[in-house]
Design a protein. Sequence first.
Length: 326
Amino acid sequence: MNDPMLLDAWRRMLLIRRFEEAVSDAFAQGSVVGTAHFCIGQEASAVGTVDALRPDDLVTSNHRGHGHFLAKGADPKRLMAELFGKATGYSGGRGGSQHVADLSIGFLGSHGITAGMIPVATGAALSQRLLDTGRVVVAFFGDGATGQGAFHEAVNIGAAWQLPIVYLCENNLYAMSTPIGESFRVTSIADRACAYGIRGVSVDGNDVEAVYLTVHEGVERARLGGGPTLVEARTYRMCGHSKSDQCEYRTDEEEACWFERDPLTIAEERILEREIATAAELDPIAEAVTATVDEAVRFALDSPDPDPATVAEGVFAEFDLGATKH
Ligand SMILES: Cc1ncc(C[n+]2csc(CCOP(=O)(O)OP(=O)(O)O)c2C)c(N)n1
Ligand SMILES: [Mg+2]
């Protein structure tokens, strides 16, 4: 990454962090209900990956998708409003944390079904091939998703047809409370790539530059017709799986070790070391990020609730209640 890129990557990682902290506060205040999965600690894999893409390239996400979406250019106001269940949200307040999309910025959607979007991403990559758009697709998913049949089927067909796609696994060492060692025997998820005859690469997922370089190589290979790459970004969520998780299955030592490798700190230290900016120059950037998030919260609070009269809009299944009576 050149100097301006690294500085901007840091700013956007900070935006993701502050955004999720604000969502957490909103939960505490009761403005947001239900649950959410935060990506605090995983911001570098989202930003580094998206920075390796062209703006018109496509992304799919999973249940832990705020960072992916914001990195791809989501409007923080509309995402915040969605979390608040408001009519101005990306899904009109109906989707919540896990179900948002914006095709205009190439974000095909996040989804709560583990591995559910990997086949969708693969289909999107087939479309790009058939339409000859030159676009590449990235599918974000977690280590737990690699145990799903949908992962194997999609990666296999992506490989067989040499589709323009990068399969981006954020290996944060756990699927809910299950450590990876209890789910598979390979030491790296990248090793699984050989089963499909594609390239597999493992990268430090907390180092935004390393992620960028690794994904960029995979993206350009895919764009030139070289087929998929499976990238494992090794990272750690610095929070619970979801709102209710106290992380009792993790040791203090393990957490301390990873908390020292906070992706924001790594990027900030590098910016200072390379004299891209001084600490005093970073302060106003951080303040502007906080102001953006505050504005998003205000927008969400001030937005109207969805109109009950629109409840059937966007519903594609119809039931004839009369037909169920015998
Ligand atoms: C098909 C399916 N099975 C189970 C779940 C429940 N579930 C939600 S998140 C999750 C773990 C996902 O782990 P991973 O893919 O590693 O992502 P992470 O949460 O660690 O980011 C599970 C099992 C689900 N949402 N969908
Ligand atoms: Mg995981």
